[in-house]
Ligand binder design. Structure first.
Ligand code: SF4
Length: 313
């Protein structure tokens, strides 16, 4: 069996920054820190911080007054910021700058009187945060069929934004339908689907063609990981999204000569290596890494953490 290891894969700049931020916050303030939602959507990462004493919450009301609260990479709505102020929380904002960019676009369009159509998945943390910037001015659309059901007066000012972790192809289909229905549609100068999502999907699209099976490392609630698995299936290959080596099923490997391994933007490299080790041990697999694109994106730590010293405990 041959393993094709996709590159780029795994952690993106936003996830790296959010994890570094939480590590630095723990090193400086100690583990008595709260995080609003999962720091990134990955079970391994969340379990690791939970074991250190960090508490993940889904409601600001669950955080004791005057505590430290870190906002995750997915961003939060103004309502959550306001609720945090009311509780006198010391907040650290680890929102990915590429998510913040979409928030800013939403604010800008809403101020200029546009109605915004946000292409995204209902209930995702990022979508909730973005919609919260201008709730009266944003409508979520997920499919071309939902576009058909929209009703706006002729010449209405309409703009479109997208969640950062969508399928490039799927979002493209929705956007095409939007343009057909609303030729006046305004779009930001640059696509909102982020570089990391785009690059990981491009690598799977190319490498799945040479593979019999696609394995994506990532958690079930990770949007960009789910999109990679779906893309593997769209390429006509069986594709599975797993958190780690313990979820591998022997049945998947019957007759498989080449297996593509990739990882979503929130999945750490350690779980990729575990899977590789298992396939090498149990199937004598050989490894070949295929680089489709190189990435050199880096985001600085949140301003609240810059310059803080790490306290030895
Ligand atoms: S997937 Fe993209 S938008 Fe999300 S954290 Fe990573 S770089 Fe930022």
């Amino acid at each position: 069996m041959q393993i094709l290891l996709a590159n780029p894969r795994g952690f993106c700049a936003g996830v790296n920054m959010a994890i570094d931020a939480l590590e630095k916050a723990v090193a400086h303030f100690g583990p008595n820190i709260y995080v609003y939602h999962e720091i990134v959507h990955n079970r391994y990462v969340v379990d690791r911080f939970t074991a250190q004493g960090v508490t993940f919450v889904d409601s600001v009301e669950d955080v004791p007054e005057e505590s430290i609260l870190l906002f995750s990479a997915h961003g939060v709505s103004p309502e959550i910021r306001e609720a945090s102020r009311r509780r006198k929380l010391h907040t650290i904002d680890a929102t990915c700058p590429l998510v913040t960019k979409v928030h800013m676009e939403a604010i800008r369009y809403a101020k200029r009187g546009y109605h915004i159509l946000l292409i995204g998945h209902e209930g995702h943390d990022e979508v909730i945060g973005t919609m919260g910037e201008a709730p009266e001015s944003i409508t979520l659309v997920e499919t071309p069929e939902e576009v058909d059901a929209l009703a706006f007066s002729e010449g209405a000012k309409i703009a479109v934004l997208t969640q950062t972790t969508l399928s490039v192809d799927e979002a493209g289909r929705v956007l095409k339908r939007l343009r057909e229905r609303f030729p006046q549609l305004e779009t930001p100068s640059k696509d909102d689907i982020c570089y990391a999502t785009t690059n990981r999907q491009e690598a799977v699209g190319i490498l799945a063609q040479k593979s019999d099976l696609v394995l994506v490392l990532g958690s079930q609630n990770s949007s960009n990981s789910q999109r990679l698995r779906e893309l593997g299936e769209e390429c006509g290959k069986p594709a599975y999204l797993i958190d780690g080596a313990s979820e591998l099923q022997p049945d998947w490997f019957h007759g498989v000569e080449t297996v593509l391994i990739t990882a979503g933007a929130s999945a750490p490299e350690v779980v990729v290596q575990e899977v590789i080790d298992k396939l090498v041990d149990e199937y004598g697999a050989s490894l070949s890494e295929e680089t489709i694109r190189t990435e050199q994106v880096h985001f600085p730590l949140p301003k609240e953490l810059r310059g803080l010293e790490v306290v030895q405990r």
